[in-house]
Design a protein around this ligand. Structure first.
Ligand code: AMP
Length: 632
């Protein structure tokens, strides 16, 4: 085993040689001609000239050695189903789906929007897309028609793949009517909608457009659809993520860079071998689900568990029971899930044989020290490793790479800069690098970003440049929009976002999007949404709204009713995932004299903190009223 400091230094200082070596972890139809082309910063082209296919590396490649090994283990505690697909089965299912997509008119470079619950067909659809060189754009099943419509118009999918319903807490959550509404709202119309009928909710089919997967599948049982060899720089997918504007950004990923980055991460970060079982309890709608439910474990020849359900149903022992049953080696979830489990009977942790489990990884939101301590104790000192990353990067920026060198975790810190990421802390006013220990700065990455990170924003290079590479003065660096500090040993600590993005239970939400949805209520004149600390979810959204008709302000009942209505508006437009925890009605919003909303001040007083310098505030009474609300 080598020394991490040397390994890291080589990845930065001898970049091409380092990544050329990693590129040998995967199979190429034609080997790359160049390793990193950075002629047009900040646009990095990784492994250009090399041709390959993600689906080949995730599925076909393994048929020689592990055709009968489980590839996808699907567990639904919602519908009480479990199903195992070997690599051979997965190969057949993906080809059936690929054949159906082709028949519906999908070709290389076309987009397929996938709006699915956690069912195997979501995995088949993703792999089928990349198999034929089409791009998938998965939209989280918790989003509603407004969010979906925005994404349909941006991605312009040829086909949408969906299902009758998801399920939550044992109750069906119908999808189809939301999808129909979204297609009505959207300007772009897909050629076809492919629907998985789980028998959970009725569907009204649109003739000539809607197709049932179960029926189509019968026609393609023996389909043989070869992998389309694409250039390493060919986009594999887009995934929308929230920012400071109301319009989500389509993070565009390449093929070869992503493939190599994920393969290397299985070795150096997750320490996962072919044949191991990887259990990532995320959702395919999020980046963690893309990278670590689907692609990385399959590229690495592992068995991956896809789980539909909550961590506490039928009881708080379910995940540990799965670890025992499927001999899970590596587990991956979000801190919120562990905080949920912490409220359960601790006996669950000692009730099952967890000897197969080597490491637990946590990501997506800050991991607080008490939660880390609790689970580390429960797992009897097995490593609990925090990963800090973003939808944009696709794999960790900061963590401990135990596959390179065993290093201790420090609770509260995700760890050190990962190989390939030239991470810097910069002064947000001057762009100067902060090299001393424990100085607070913006976490930034010097270009080129390593393989696997976003290539650009879908169809919007200008937005890619303006959003990510122009926010730190005097430098062209990638801004993560997170504050951080680094200690004398190189461990980073993340201190929260520099922008208005909030993180609810590991789900990234833009406050602007929620504000826009709330403004859709006829009685809302103005609204501000801020993220407020929450002991379970990390943060929750809190809305402050000014009414057009303020006559109801003193009427508690009327306000409660209005609050319910506003929440419903958010549910219908964005989905319950974006619903504010509370909507508080005020006479005016705190603003600067130039009319800028004082979000940080609202957040501070909502959390019972000192709002700091308020000399630019227009009318202090506005903030005082909010403060009073939280003191009562
Ligand atoms: P997303 O793109 O949804 O994964 O959200 C990325 C954001 O989540 C980051 O910019 C951070 O603000 C936050 N985040 C993700 N992982 C961590 C972590 N391990 N510790 C602290 N914050 C995190």
């Amino acid at each position: 085993m080598s020394n991490f400091a040397d390994f890291y230094r080589r990845s930065i200082e001898d970049r091409d040689a380092f990544w050329a070596e990693q590129a040998r972890l995967v199979e190429w139809q034609t080997p790359p001609q160049t390793i990193c082309n950075y002629d047009k910063p900040p646009f990095a082209k990784w492994f250009a000239g090399g041709t390959t296919n993600l689906c080949h590396n995730a599925v076909d490649r393994h048929l020689k050695e592990r055709a009968d090994q489980p590839a996808l283990i699907w567990v639904s505690t919602e519908t009480e189903q479990e199903k195992i697909y070997t690599y051979r089965d997965l190969h057949a299912e993906v080809q059936r789906m690929a054949a159906a997509l082709k028949a519906l008119g999908v070709g290389k470079g076309d987009r397929v929007l996938i709006y699915m619950p956690m069912i195997p067909e979501a995995c088949f659809a993703m792999l089928a897309c990349v198999r034929i060189g089409a791009l998938h754009s998965v939209v989280f099943g918790g989003f509603a028609s407004g969010s979906l419509a925005t994404r349909i118009d941006d991605a312009e999918p040829t086909v949408i793949v969906s299902a009758d319903a998801g399920s939550r807490g044992g109750k069906p959550v119908p999808y189809k009517h939301l999808l129909d509404e979204a297609i009505v709202l959207a300007k772009h119309k897909p050629k076809a909608v492919l629907l998985v009928d789980r028998g959970l909710a009725p569907m009204n089919l649109v003739e000539g457009r809607d197709q049932i997967w179960g029926q189509l599948r019968q026609q393609y049982l023996d389909a043989q659809i070869p992998c389309e060899w694409v250039d390493a720089t060919h986009p594999s997918y887009t995934l929308y993520t929230s920012g400071t504007t109301g319009k989500p950004k389509g993070v565009q990923r390449d093929t070869g860079g992503y493939l190599v980055a994920l393969a290397a991460s299985m070795k150096y970060i997750y320490g996962c071998q072919p044949g191991d079982t990887f259990f990532c309890a995320s959702d395919v709608g999020w980046v963690v689900g893309h990278s670590y439910i689907i692609y990385a474990p399959l590229i690495g020849g592992s068995s991956t568990i896809m789980y539909e359900g909550t961590p506490i149903r039928p009881d708080g022992g379910i995940w540990w029971r799965l670890v025992e049953k499927y001999k899970v080696s590596v587990m991956f979830t979000a801190p919120t899930a562990i905080r949920v489990l912490k409220k359960q009977d601790p006996a669950y942790l000692s009730q099952y044989d967890l000897s197969s489990l080597r490491t637990l990884f946590l990501a997506g939101e800050p991991l607080d020290e008490p939660t880390a301590q609790w689970i580390s104790g429960g797992l009897k000192g097995k490593p609990v490793i925090d990963n800090y990353w973003q939808t944009e990067t696709g794999w960790p920026i900061l963590t401990i790479c135990n596959g390179v060198e065993r290093q201790p975790s420090k609770f509260g810190s995700p760890g050190k800069a990962v190989y390939g990421y030239n991470v810097k802390l910069l002064d947000d006013q001057t762009g100067a690098e902060l090299t001393g220990a424990n100085q607070k700065g913006v976490v930034a990455i010097e270009g080129p970003l390593p393989p696997g990170c976003l290539q650009t924003v879908w169809r919007d290079d200008a937005r890619f440049l303006n959003t990510y590479w122009s926010s730190v003065p005097n430098r062209m660096v990638y801004s993560t929009f997170d504050w951080g500090i680094r200690d004398e040993e190189g461990y980073y600590f993340i201190l929260g976002r520099t922008d208005d993005v909030i993180n609810v239970a590991g789900h990234r939400l833009g406050t602007r999007e929620i504000e826009e949805a709330i403004s859709g209520h006829p009685n809302i004149a103005e609204v501000a949404v801020v993220g407020v600390a929450d002991s379970l979810k990390g943060q929750v959204a809190m809305a402050f709204a000014v009414l057009k008709d303020a006559s109801v302000l003193g009427d508690e009942q009327a306000l409660l009713k209005l609050e319910g209505e506003v929440m419903k508006v958010v549910d219908n437009s964005l989905g319950a995932v974006a619903r504010p925890a509370r909507v508080r009605f005020v006479n005016q919003l705190p603003k600067t004299r130039s009319g800028k909303l004082l979000r940080r001040a609202m957040q501070a007083v909502s959390e019972g903190r000192d709002p700091g310098d308020l000399t630019t505030m227009e009318d202090p009474a506005a903030l005082q009223a909010i403060k009073d609300m939280f003191q009562n």
